[in-house]
Design a binder for this molecule. Structure first.
Ligand SMILES: Nc1nc2c(ncn2[C@@H]2O[C@H](COP(=O)(O)OP(=O)(O)OP(=O)(O)O)[C@@H](O)[C@H]2O)c(=O)[nH]1
Ligand SMILES: [Mg+2]
Length: 254
């Protein structure tokens, strides 16, 4: 008899001062997929987010927490989370924000793409079916312009390079040297997507409903936007002269 194996998912959520929304996001994930695990990577949030998730983890073995000593940026938090996830044998490793912008109920669409053999799945706002709730026109304009500029500079075919709702097959993520990914915020998301795309990864996109955060304070800053802009420009120019970063050695196509 052939034994059917079920892919095991971990949703990695970096947090910094997300006490108002994190518990409901975790509950919604576990209500959507009771077999999934959640890993919170907290940078010693002064508002007590770390203590709250510790209490939740004590009551539910599907919830895990990594505590880091200081706020060190999104990319570093995901680096620590990915390492932990790869060491703990998960098949699908998912990124999600803690502020309620990403809908946990849409997780099955992401998992279906990974189960279908995608190395990476991206929840996209700028494709048919994608919806944005409660963003003023200028936020939409910044996001659209950023995506348009990145597509142009990087000659990318992806439609939402900055989206933070995405997932990877573990064996594909293992090909990545996280030490080589040094950008933060949006730059981190663009860099990861571009590394996978230019390595010939199979990338699936699915439409998401993105909801502006209702609680807490945004960690987005002008510095993060400028970093992303400069990096994208630098990557685009260096790839034109054949000096782009090395490609990933992805596992053979399924
Ligand atoms: N651990 C950790 N998490 C972070 C850090 N910066 C941001 N985050 C988390 O990363 C996720 C995205 O951050 P947001 O502030 O929502 O950034 P954003 O979605 O680009 O901005 P908004 O649209 O204003 O929400 C949230 O879960 C944050 O708590 C950090 O330095 N360390
Ligand atoms: Mg957000």
């Amino acid at each position: 008899m052939i034994e059917e194996t079920v892919a095991k998912t971990v949703v990695v959520i970096p947090t910094y001062n997300e006490i108002g929304s994190i518990s409901s996001v975790i509950e919604r994930i576990l209500n959507t997929d009771a077999a999934a695990n959640v890993l919170i990577v907290d940078d010693n949030s002064p508002d007590g987010t770390g203590d709250l998730v510790d209490r939740m983890a004590a009551d539910d073995e599907r919830i895990h927490v990594i505590h880091r000593t200081e706020k060190n940026g999104l990319g570093a938090a995901y680096g620590a989370g990915f390492r932990w996830a790869l060491e703990h044998g998960y098949d699908f490793i998912v990124e999600m924000d803690a502020d309620g912008s990403h809908q946990p109920e849409e997780l099955p669409r992401l998992q279906a793409l990974l189960a279908d053999g995608c190395d990476m799945a991206i929840g996209a706002r700028w494709i048919p079916g994608g919806v944005i709730v409660n963003w003023p026109w200028y936020r939409k304009a910044i996001s659209r312009t950023g995506t348009f500029y990145s597509r142009l500079m990087l000659r990318s075919k992806l439609h939402d390079l900055t989206s933070g709702y995405r997932g990877f097959r573990a064996e594909s993520l293992r090909a990545l040297d996280m030490n080589a990914v040094d950008s933060q915020g949006y730059g981190f998301q663009v860099e990861m997507a571009w590394l996978f795309e230019r390595s010939g990864a199979k990338i699936g996109e699915f439409p998401i409903t993105f909801v502006e955060r209702a609680e807490g304070v945004s960690k987005m800053s002008t510095g993060i936007v400028i970093e992303a802009l400069l990096k994208v420009t630098g990557w685009g120019l260096s790839s034109l002269v054949g000096k782009a970063p090395a490609r990933l050695a992805l596992p053979a196509r399924r």
